[in-house]
Design a binder for this molecule. Structure first.
Ligand code: G16
Ligand code: MG
Length: 217
């Protein structure tokens, strides 16, 4: 059975969460909202629009659509300034090894991210060519834990969801994979990602035997 290996972006391939955090923190400061690294966990895997709503809820701030739109633009413009200097060195440890192994084995590779900035990030880090399809925040209407983003990726490659393996660092993303009847592989803390079928701290803990086993299954 042909498989597809679907990668989330932020927290799996690159650590852009730190840049999202810095950009959101500026908005929060302006609004006098206390926004900590701990709060930032709530935004992982969550869309830009929903992220702003979560921050406003934290500060009990009600805002007009006009203001929200302004902050969303401001946040993204600031976020983009952090991406300017991004290069291959920001690919998280162990990721290249697995991508190369999958390519050697002729396995389809997909990106399934909530971000609308996914393509420029893949280009800047030099790994866009590894991906057979890229499905991101521009292509979906329903955010994770809705499985839409992963289902579209599998469908584009003509592979049934049961034959899709999803690497995710967020709870919502793991749930999305499970709801979509895909094999979920959590990347991060076992205590947080316990709903995942398999869990690894990072890609350096995944060996090629494990990947081979997933291919054969
Ligand atoms: C990423 C991040 C989220 C971010 C979202 C939207 O998702 O984890 O924190 O809010 O993208 O990003 P943007 O503002 O660039 O559209 P993922 O799915 O790659 O982990
Ligand atoms: Mg993520």
């Amino acid at each position: 059975n042909k498989k597809v290996f679907i990668f989330d972006l932020d927290g799996v391939i690159v650590d852009t969460a730190k840049y999202h955090f810095l950009a959101w923190q500026k908005i929060a400061k302006e609004l006098n909202i206390d926004f900590t690294l701990e709060h930032n966990e709530l935004l992982k895997g969550v869309s830009r629009v929903r992220s702003l709503d979560i921050i406003l809820e934290l500060g009990n701030v009600e805002a007009s659509q006009e203001d929200k739109d302004k902050w969303l633009i401001q946040k993204n413009e600031d976020y983009l300034t952090y991406l300017v200097d991004m290069d291959e060195s920001e690919i998280l440890p162990g990721v290249f090894t697995i991508l190369k192994f999958l390519k050697e084995k002729n396995q389809p590779i997909a990106l399934g991210s909530a971000s609308k900035n996914a393509r420029p990030i893949l280009k800047k880090t030099g790994i866009l060519s590894y991906f057979n399809v890229v499905v991101d925040g521009n292509d979906v209407t329903n955010a994770k834990p809705d499985p839409e983003v992963f289902l579209i990726a599998a469908k584009l490659l003509n592979i049934s969801p049961e034959n899709a393996i999803v690497f995710e660092d967020s709870v919502a993303g793991v749930q999305a994979a499970n709801i979509g009847k895909m094999t979920s592989v959590g990347i991060g803390e076992a205590s947080i990602l316990h709903e995942a079928k398999y869990i690894f701290k990072d890609f350096t803990e995944i060996d090629t035997d494990f990947i081979e086993e997933l291919i054969r299954k």
